[in-house]
Design a protein around this ligand. Structure first.
Ligand code: MLT
Length: 233
């Protein structure tokens, strides 16, 4: 039976052997929800970069510059980090360079893996099918918040483990924590996620609709996959 582990924050990723494994990167509020939404709505590719200056350099090469720091759009960028911005008709067929506080960093820190995909509640079914068919050991890499675990990514990890429970073995207590969190709250995932610290932060910016959208279950069938440094559908 293939295994499924959870890394609760990128600061613990060194504890997980990634070689030969499939990594699912998750940042529910909001980076991976944005990436799924963008690729499902016709964005050609999304390039995650760590630094704001790298994003600006890609802007001069024709990439749309997207990202935030602390939840707020970076000054001078074309877009912030709202999934609704990624539904824009104007982005169809374009390439986006994205730099965010946690999500894009977690993707970059997963580079040792055999395969890197992006997960969110918005593509939960599609990610489940993908990892069951891949027949590889899986690490769910939660982006968390500035090196600490967060509620919404851990909840998603538990939901994904639950979907795969008959065919994959959870390994390590982080996987058990995530799974039990989900089992105890599966009838109220939105209500629980809205209590998270990042939800509170984003509510402070008046963008509650982003939060509810990010918690929608399997709206999209796309599975973003990192190929040559860019996420494609
Ligand atoms: C991140 O990558 O830290 C988040 O996506 C922050 C945000 O909500 O914009």
């Amino acid at each position: 039976m293939k295994t499924i582990e959870v890394c609760l924050t990128p600061d613990l990723i060194h504890q997980h052997a990634l070689k030969g494994k499939l990594v699912v990167v998750v940042d529910i509020f909001r980076a991976t929800s944005c990436i799924v939404t963008g690729l499902a709505n016709g964005v050609e590719a999304i390039k995650p970069v760590a630094e704001i200056d790298e994003c600006k350099a890609l802007g001069t090469e024709g990439y749309v510059m997207a990202g935030e720091r602390g939840g707020v759009k970076v000054e001078g960028f074309d877009m912030g980090n709202s999934p609704f911005e990624y539904q824009s008709e104007e982005l169809k067929g374009k390439k986006v360079a994205i730099s965010t506080t946690n999500g894009s960093q977690a993707i970059i820190k997963s580079k040792e893996a055999d395969e890197i995909i992006v997960g969110a509640f918005l593509n939960l079914d599609a990610v489940t099918q993908h990892i069951l068919q891949a027949k590889k050991d899986v690490v769910i890499h939660c982006a968390g918040w500035k090196g600490t675990p967060n509620l919404e990514d851990t909840l998603f990890a538990g939901a994904l483990i639950d979907e795969c429970a008959e065919e994959m073995k959870p390994v390590g207590d982080s996987a058990l924590v995530a799974h039990h969190l989900y089992i105890a709250n599966h009838e109220n995932v939105l209500g629980l996620a809205l209590q998270s610290s990042h939800a509170e932060r984003l509510k402070g910016f008046g963008i509650e609709e982003d939060l509810e959208f990010c918690m929608e279950d399997s709206t999209y069938q796309v599975v973003p996959k990192l190929v040559d440094g860019e996420l494609i559908a």
